[in-house]
Design a protein around this ligand. Sequence first.
Ligand code: NAD
Ligand code: DAU
Length: 350
Amino acid sequence: MRILVTGGAGFIGSALVRRLIEHSDHEVLVFDKLTYAGVLSSLEPVAASDRYAFVQADICDPDAVAKALKDFRPDVVAHLAAESHVDRSIDGPGAFVQTNLVGTFVMLNQTLGYWRGLPDVEKAAFRFHHISTDEVFGSLGEDGFFTETTPYDPRSPYSASKAGSDHLVRAWGHTYGLPVLVTNCSNNYGPYHFPEKLIPLIIIRALNGEPLPVYGDGSNVRDWLFVDDHARALQAVFETGTPGETYNVGGNAERRNIEVVTAICTILDRLRPRADGKAYADQITFVADRPGHDHRYAIDASKIRNDLGWTPSVTFEQGIEQTIAWYLENKTWWQDILDARYATQRLGVA
Ligand code: NAD
Ligand code: DAU
């Protein structure tokens, strides 16, 4: 199959592309604007493959999208391109509305035109797979899980823009018959994670001897999934999922933020002890809470498990150890990002 991956230079997109090139026969075209979050070196492991190609373009540009569709003739569009960081959406929501809503509209409209021109057999096999988030469901109390039928209740500019994009995708499926798939996934972590997000930010700041900022009292809960397991889930969904369906994807690994930060510190104490012999946990600093901070996310992933046979392959303890080891061994990848001063205001408190 030919897979067009928007946002393929990002954290999850690049994991998907590395997986498709290394573990399948599919051909891949990455369509990515290379915003501050697009990191071409994340695609270096597959750059030499003749089944991989890259185009730098904006999903909000209809002509660029139409050209990529016409030239590459994909069987699947895997749509991951988005503004993805909640804190940035609070500071500047405009880019989130533009890329996540307008960009998804442009992707849908151009894909619809392309799809309508396909021969019947290819038309029936085609899939538009929209990659979304569990944040569209809002915030849970201490109990319960998000299922595919949980009502939408987005509460940040980021989650509202993703919720709107999910609705657009389902509308294009319902009204125009475009074969769409939607996945809503929990928090990912793993190698090549941009250093503004909690887990890489804590690892890097710990190694640099800087304060480790925990928002509020650290009691907020996220459900963590290793990124390569998410990539496996995405492949299973666009290869074998039923058009029109939604699949929730989660790690069954709920942790309070303070537990995550403490776990990272404990592993670093063992793998790379501080020169002064003290514990990395001494660097933990409680800082002002995120405005509107959702308390808890937790996914019920029984539908994708029962229908498509997908389950996570690693536990949080295995995945976080692997992730920390990767950051220790791949300093060049993240140091290049820090040196390029990618949006320094979001690389942690000073
Ligand atoms: P990311 O921020 O790491 O990467 C986003 C990518 O999209 C970057 O390569 C960027 O250059 C590209 N991009 C942004 N705007 C673009 C535009 N206008 N045109 C073309 N390319 C553009 O994001 P991520 O964490 O890899 O998330 C990927 C997708 O998965 C997003 O849709 C996000 O909402 C969703 N998601 C993320 C998580 C998570 O934990 N990170 C969980 C569930 C769902
Ligand atoms: O749930 C899926 C979502 O997970 C995705 O849709 C988003 O794209 C992705 O960014 C992520 O959103 P979060 O807001 O949960 O991720 P973040 O890494 O920004 O924060 C994780 C938790 O850690 C959250 O409760 C806020 C907290 N936090 C974050 C940072 C950056 C801190 O306590 N300190 C920090 O410095």
